[in-house]
Design a protein around this ligand. Sequence first.
Ligand code: C2O
Ligand code: CU
Ligand code: CU
Length: 480
Amino acid sequence: MPISALRRLVVERADPVLGRCRYAADVGGRQIVHPVLIARRGERFEAVVENRLPQPTTVHFHGLTLPEAQDGAGFDAIAPGAAKALSFEVKNRSGLYWFHPHAHGFTAEQVYSGLVGLLVVVDAEDAALDTALALGPHNRLALAVSDVRVAAGSIRPYAPSAEDCLHGWFGNRALVNAALDVRRTVAPGWVRLQLLNACNARGLLLAFRDADANVPFHLLGTDGGLLAAPVGVDRLFVYPGERVDLAIDASGRRELVAVSLAFDPRHQAKGGKLAHAHPARGRYAPLAAEAVCGDGASGADALPDGVELGLFTLQVAGTGATQLPSLPARLSTLPEPPQATVRRLRLDFDEHAGFLIDNTPYRVEEIAFSLERGAREVWEVRNSPISMPHPMHLHGFGFRVLRRRGTFGPARALAGEEGRLPTDLGVKDTVVVWPNETLWLAVDFALPDEAAFRGRQRYMFHCHNLEHEDGMMMRNFAVL
Ligand code: C2O
Ligand code: CU
Ligand code: CU
């Protein structure tokens, strides 16, 4: 639905027993649950968010460049029963963005409970691509893929054990746009798929199968919009918070099954006993009446990270274009990565404190560092060898990946020039850092010269494994 039609966004519990929650958009008295929002670049978002959860929440627009007051990063959460008016301009390039809760200590539980919303930003470049692909009305999809623990036909509540807090909370089934066992019908011809990994912790090695054969596809874009040119691939890592924009040819096929292939997930951090004991959690009820927080009694077995998992099915039916148009050779012009001052950030593991950034656990009031607006920096992000992959996310600013070093394991086979993976070639806001790796990220901290952005603006840098995020693997920084 277009954001121009949105007046009220209700954050509510649909099932108090199992704690399943949803976003519901109010459009002139009519409710649209799990809305997929569509915005033209430059359009304004004007809506009131109503929190009907028993816990504080926020609406964070992951990937958008917003002033602190609209970023929903958790500095001023919306209390249970309260409301907040949001008002901002969507300034980012066309692409798939998303929104989710970000109240510190409650993020993992609330996202797992179903609070995942998609925001598709469109512009002229995006429309030109659809025309070039001769996309039929059913052949463009925006999908949020997460994993949930299902037992006896129902999705079990969030109840992480100490082990889950270390590795992340994993499910055993894929949930796609809030539904299990998703099948979508597409016509022969190009299918354009914008896909978000909305899992709490699971890394996806995305591939498509027709019977037993892996079907090649094309990467068109990443978190922050289109690539300069399409890249041919047969599998891609998509970690929590990351998005990919893909084209796959459905001609001559009956069915394409999207899967996460088996891979070595390189969880090398062992032995930590981490409790999910965020101080704020004790003051509010869990979302599910049945939840027994902390004992891991979910009643269902999780599939570990890296195990093969079926995601969804595209059923091919009807007739499409008789001749498949070729992919455009050029898709977009990307902002040049700035070459600039280097800032070093280390991702650490401590058996008692857990995963940390520069050995420091998150504190709401702390500002790790400040930088001038317009500053251009290269962030050198180094992960320890005894660790696990951390999908690191920067609020407010897209970045370019300059290079990767020290890559071992399954990502190494996908590395190209400068050690970069295909998904490193676009504008990013979330990037996975494997154990032992060092990444160089070029960030331009320019902010719009508008009243809304005046004064100090605080943003965050954190791991998007949500158990790590709630477990303090997060820092604030300020742009002055
Ligand atoms: Cu998608 Cu700070 O998060
Ligand atoms: Cu974000
Ligand atoms: Cu992490």
